[in-house]
Design a protein around this ligand. Sequence first.
Ligand SMILES: C[S@@+](CC[C@H](N)C(=O)[O-])C[C@H]1O[C@@H](n2cnc3c(N)ncnc32)[C@H](O)[C@@H]1O
Length: 216
Amino acid sequence: MTDAQSFYGRWARVYDWIANAPGVTAWRDRTVEALALAPGDTVVEMGCGTGANVPHLRERVGPAGGVVGIDVTREMLDRAGERRRRTGEGVHYVQADASRPPVRAADAVLATFVAGIFEDPAAAVDAWCDCVAPGGRVALLNFQRSPSALAAPLNLAFEGFVRLSAPGTRLSTRSHASAFERRVRAARERLTARTVDRRYETLTGGYLGLLSGTVP
Ligand SMILES: C[S@@+](CC[C@H](N)C(=O)[O-])C[C@H]1O[C@@H](n2cnc3c(N)ncnc32)[C@H](O)[C@@H]1O
C-alpha cells in the first residue's frame, strides 16, 4: 500500500466533505469548462477521489457520454459509489494507478489536485496525453502559493494544506511545499510541451492554477 492510499483511505470521509464544500464547486465548473466537452464524449478523471467532479462532467457529456474515474484508493472510490449524483449509467470507477491508466482514446482527461502527488509528474502527464484521442483536451487544476504581496500569511496555510494533501515525504513542511510545487511545475511543463491551444488561468486570488491544452 502506498502512502497516498493509507492517507486517503483514513481520511476519505473528511476529504469528501471538503471536496464538496460550496466554494469548491465553482473551481470544478471552471475546470470542466476548460475541457470543451460535447454531449456523447468520454472523459477520464485521473485521481478522481470521491467523485466530486463527476456531476459536473456528467452534465456536459449527457446521457450518451461516459465518465471514467480512476483512483488508487478503494475507500475514496467507495465514497463516490455511495452518492447518487456521482453514480449511474455511463459512470465507471476503476481502482488503478493513474500513472498507468488502463484507458485509450478518451475525448478528454482531467486531474484536479493530483499532479503534485506523483513522484514523476511529467511521466504521468505523458501517460494522460497518450490516452486522449487527437483533438481532445487535458486539464490540470492545482493549488499554488499566491504571488500577491498581501498573501504571505495565507501562503503559510498553503504549506500546511500541501503537507496534508500530498502525503509521503519526511521533509519539513516548507521543503515539502517546495517539492510539491516542483512537481506541479513539472506536470505543467510537460502538458505545455504536449499540447496546443493552451489556456492558463488563476482562480481564488492566485491560489489555484488551471492549465489546459489540446492534444494534437
Ligand atoms: C487530493 S485528492 C483529489 C481528488 C479529486 N481529484 C478531487 O478533486 O477532489 C488526490 C487523490 O489522488 C489519488 N491518488 C494518489 N495517487 C494516485 C495514483 N498513483 N493513482 C491514482 N490515484 C491516485 C488519491 O487516492 C486521492 O483520491
